[in-house]
Design a protein around this ligand. Sequence first.
Ligand code: GLN
Ligand code: ZN
Length: 755
Amino acid sequence: MSHNYIVGFPRIGEQRELKKALELYWSGKSTFSEVEDIALSLKARHWNYQKEAGIDFISSNDFSYYDTVLDTAVMLGAIPKRFKGLEAEELYFSMARGNKDAVAMEMTKWFNTNYHYIVPELSLEDSYKLNATKILNEYKEAKALGITTKINLVGPITFLGLSKRVDRGDTYELFGKILPIYEALLEEIAKLDSTITVQIDEPIFVKGVEPKVLSLIKPCYDALCVVSSNINIIVTTYFEHSNEATKVLVHTPVWGIGLDFLHGEKNVESLTLINSSGKKLIAGVVDGRNIWKNDIRKTTQLLETLAKEVDKENIIISSSCSLLHTPFTLKYEEKMDAEIKNWLAYAVEKLDEISLVSKLFWGETLSDTELKALKENKKANENRTNSTRIHNKEVQSRVEKFSKLEREGAYEERIKIQKELLGYKDLATTTIGSFPQTPEVRKARADFKKGAISKEVYEQEMKNYIDECIAFQEACGLEVLVHGEPERNDMVEYFGEQLDGYGFSQNGWVQSYGSRCVKPPFIYGDISRPKPMTVDWMTYAQAKTDKIMKGMLTGPVTILNWSFVRDDMARGDVSKQIAVALSDEIDDLQKAGIKMIQVDEAAFKEGYPLRGENISGYESWAVRDFKISVSTAKQETQIHTHMCYSEFNDIIHTIEAMDADVISIETARSGNELLKIFKEVGYKQEVGPGVYDIHSPRIPSVEEIVTQIKLLLEVLPKEQLWINPDCGLKTRKWEEVKPSLINMVKAVEIVREGL
Ligand code: GLN
Ligand code: ZN
């Protein structure tokens, strides 16, 4: 009997072995066959972890050298023209990363995660051809090690839904061309063994699929299921419920349906249907998106609820999604506080949880180790429920009572006072916050963390850097200055480190894209601010210049979205705690003489729910918490915000409601198109549309920026416009930043003369 299952496993390696191997190879320091060797050993190790934990359905083809959507494009032979002529790994990595002749394919976020996939480029002229090598080989590799795997595939409907067409047409028009390739693939897979399970991921179904897409499900899965009687097909979704699609899938011959019962609670509404269809239910009950230890008692209850509706024999216990989104193993967390560590489970630990939960569900006898694990699980969860490190009554009651939402004065009055007091001109120039993080700055920070240099030495180095930033900004004629953020490794981590309720890992790496990993901090308890976080740096910087020094904070929603968040509290409630802490910071900054403060909300849009019906709920607490953060600002204190994405059309009223005095946004790549929405809705507040793209090392000329500013002036009046780059300059080099900003200031002077 096969009882348990995982959707997929992380591939980067517990010591980020794959990352290191890839980067060596990309820099020309090793050969691809060395990367392949590492990959083989990683796959074997990961399969063995799963086997040893007693997982019945172990995946193959969840491995990738870069991204599984890219792998799917390669499987289909969906290769954009500019890569024609290339082969094998050269082709693959050129698609992912570009080469000297061809730009890389676009990359974007995988649903609401921080994983990024490569966006396939399709064209009506394409003719597709199956390349099944990778998929078949991985199955055989595992088989040679004595492990029979299920094969993971990105489903055809999701593949089309995530692709783009070169001529901007509808990608679903290519359905008829793609489906036969999937059929051919299944024919090849069927030859591998007498019975094989194939997991077809269709997460696009959770977005509340439109009728057009819904109508493809039945023909698609009817066709795929008849390819071979050797194959059991499981269609898997995650991150939300997919009831609309499930209604259709139950009428196809698929063998099983995989659903996420943690992030898609409403999936329970489909249980009766699934039961009468007699299909297997792959029940996602162990969280693949978070780092908390499963509460086995609660999970058992959830499973009992499921078993009331679905025949027990048809239930297979699973992770809620691929474990790709969690860090690898707690084994290397040597420095973490023991109590906190005891609350956590990374991917490897989740395997044991799934195995234990399934044994309990089936009433199997537990070994001594398992009995002990069960006891410890109960204790850890009780401890987490009661720990005073998590629950801070004082914080809770203050946050609950906090009701000041509106800041002093209406915008129209505020801006008059601010303009008079701050005295900036029309088309005022500024930057988004960070200046280049030089190797010296990084080294000083690392040395300080290691204890190799004293706090005094470290702070002096940072101050020297701030001095340099100020000197440059003054010399180049920028009007509103920033301190340059040298003390920040990361815009979320910096604040997390100073807030109570935040934890950090040593090795909690999660793949973000390609070889890149991030190590998000985690919120475990009630959040409060023991002392000011930025006031010393800001007052130091302000004292060094007569110009306005803009304070720099990360907003509550962005702090929340770029952290692992506690699962015992609603996200909006956590965000409110962060907001209250930030409101104190703004109060302190103001008292220390800072007159302008930017509150970055870089991840505001990324936090949007997958399903339309949940959007207004998100927006209401996200806007509330931004407003709480800035509620302490006096009317003469100017509040800026910054968002680094460009599509504002669908959220413009939400942005308006945030009521910031000035917003800087990313628009440089799109002329003035994206700004038009601000005019259309009669947006009153001031706007700083980025006038040049900071993601590229290219230095924009004065003429180019003049043209860009003139375009902006076609849409919004000069009184409403600020002039700034697209985003922070942290990732750029000084050689690029200096001439770019000098040109930006010159361009403004030219435009002003002409007005
Ligand atoms: N203030 C931050 C910086 O300049 C903003 C970064 C961001 O928007 N991602 O680095
Ligand atoms: Zn940005």
